[in-house]
Design a protein around this ligand. Structure first.
Ligand SMILES: [Zn+2]
Length: 163
């Protein structure tokens, strides 16, 4: 296994010192579908809230200026198997990220009428909050589960951040 991932021999895995767990994407997709059945359209924000929690922890440990933090988080996303992240645009008021091979979209099964990568979106909302120094929604404008070649996430700031 990648030396960045270590087992302590007591049922705990650590990725660069932070506790992680391996989970099949099918497990998360089944959870997501069950949440959607239970709470309807609020499911997207419920799942994004889970992404916020993990994303806030991940971004808090990243060093450097906003662009360095963005690039580090996107590289880490690929390393932990959340897809192939690319920074399409990072301006003072705009963040656009594309993700190929999202495990959520590729495991979804069948064509979705709406985007499905809410956990990724939540993580990117944590990142956008750091980059723009204000909480901002991230919108998944294209999703592989809807037939797009890649998932695409956009966040817009309301003001110029202090740099
Ligand atoms: Zn997607």
């Amino acid at each position: 296994m990648d030396p960045a991932v270590e087992s302590d021999g007591h049922g705990r895995l650590f990725f660069r010192g932070s506790r992680y767990l391996l989970i099949r994407p099918e497990t998360l997709v089944a959870l997501q579908r069950a949440v959607e059945r239970a709470v309807g359209t609020d499911a997207a924000s419920v799942l994004a809230a889970g992404g916020h929690a993990g994303g806030a922890r991940a971004t808090s440990t990243l060093p450097g200026d906003p662009e360095a933090r963005v690039r580090a988080l996107l590289a880490m996303g690929a390393e932990i198997g959340w897809g192939e992240f690319a920074l399409e645009r990072l301006g003072p008021r705009e963040l656009v990220v594309t993700v190929r091979h999202s495990p959520f979209a590729e495991t979804w099964g069948g064509r979705s009428r709406t985007p499905v990568c809410h956990l990724t979106r939540g993580v990117l909302e944590s990142l956008a909050a750091v980059v723009f120094a204000e909480p901002r929604p991230v919108v998944e404008t294209e999703c592989v589960a809807m037939g797009a070649p890649a998932c695409r996430f956009t966040a817009l700031a309301t003001r110029e951040p202090a740099r």
